[in-house]
Write a protein that binds this ligand. Structure first.
Ligand code: C2E
Ligand code: CA
Ligand code: CA
Length: 279
């Protein structure tokens, strides 16, 4: 047993040091990354239910590192948050997403909302609203075309700053969605304190909505609560018809997920969902 313990310990050690080393490498690469060369936004459409009308698009960041290839945001965003690069990255994302929705809504005469993911850390940076305003001006868009997606998490501890930012965004007419609602740090007090427009019901709750009674009851309660407060609900990670059926049944407003579409490069989303509207 002793030998085995030792082996397991050695294995665990290698595993840890590989992880630490990878993280260290990504930190260095992130710091010197050329965003224009290595970053790209993918876009995932959002639909109303039961109508199935395209109502919005979420921008999702992709990093094609010259050295390491494709790295998922689930891996590099937390690192970027930790080392502070998220503020600059977020600026790049915001400009790119705003430029894109300006182009699409004008070219196709639409009023789609562009969902932009924002880390709480970005909101806390003093420059945020200034940047927001200057992009809106530069690309001449309606703030109503933007939906700011914020994940409830521990970084949301500076509540007075958060409240100011939410109010500033709402005053301009942008909408605010709470991402991953119903998991993790999820706290009902946010929807009471802040002027929130939409709850994004987290994928783990949607996964088993057909087979798991409690998950279905939780989603039902979220939808009812939101309705009572005049807040919209969108389900994320919808992959199957039976999930969609359940959500329609519960009165959820909107859906997003692989059932309709994966996140797509701009050209593909445009070809499939926008150019068809042109007579
Ligand atoms: P998120 O905001 O919750 O985004 C949804 C994630 O679920 C995306 O992963 C999307 O590709 C994936 N997804 C959508 N529909 C389905 C489905 O039906 N099935 C499955 N299995 N997955 C689905 P992605 O693109 O890897 O992004 C992961 C996370 O990284 C995002 O989670 C978000 O928290 C963060 N992120 C992505 N882009 C940005 C960004 O520009 N800024 C910030 N701050 N965070 C970002
Ligand atoms: Ca999101
Ligand atoms: Ca989410």
């Amino acid at each position: 047993a002793k030998g085995q313990d030792h082996q397991q310990y050695a294995f665990f050690n290698t595993y840890l040091s590989n992880k630490v080393q990878r993280k260290h490498e990504l930190e260095l690469l992130l710091k010197k990354a050329d965003y224009h060369q290595e970053f790209e936004l993918y876009y995932q459409p959002q639909f109303s239910i039961p109508q199935g009308e395209l109502i919005g698009i979420e921008a999702l960041l992709r990093w094609k590192s010259k050295e390491k290839g494709m790295i998922s945001p689930g891996e590099f965003i937390p690192i970027a948050e930790e080392i502070g690069s998220i503020v600059k990255i977020g600026e790049w994302v915001m400009e790119k997403a705003i430029a894109q929705i300006a182009e699409w809504n004008k070219q196709y005469d639409l009023n789609l909302k562009m969902g932009i993911n924002i880390s709480p850390r970005q909101l806390n940076s003093l420059n945020f609203m200034h940047m927001f305003d200057s992009f809106i001006q530069a690309y001449d868009i309606k703030p109503e075309w933007l939906d700011i997606e914020i994940t409830e998490n521990s970084a949301m501890n500076n509540e007075s700053t958060m409240e100011e930012m939410f109010t500033a965004l709402a005053n301009r007419g942008a909408s605010i969605s709470i991402d991953d609602f119903g998991t993790g740090y999820s706290s009902l007090s946010y929807i009471k304190r802040f002027d929130v427009n939409r709850l994004k019901i987290a994928k783990p709750l949607i996964d088993n909505i057909s087979s798991n009674h409690s998950d279905r009851q939780i989603v039902k309660a979220i939808v009812m609560l939101a309705k009572a407060m005049a807040i919209k609900t969108i389900a994320e990670g919808v992959e199957y018809q039976d999930q969609l059926d359940q959500l329609i049944n519960l009165g959820c407003d909107e859906v997003q997920g692989f059932f309709y579409s994966r996140p797509l490069p701009a050209k593909e989303l445009e070809k499939i969902y926008l150019s068809v509207n042109e007579a």
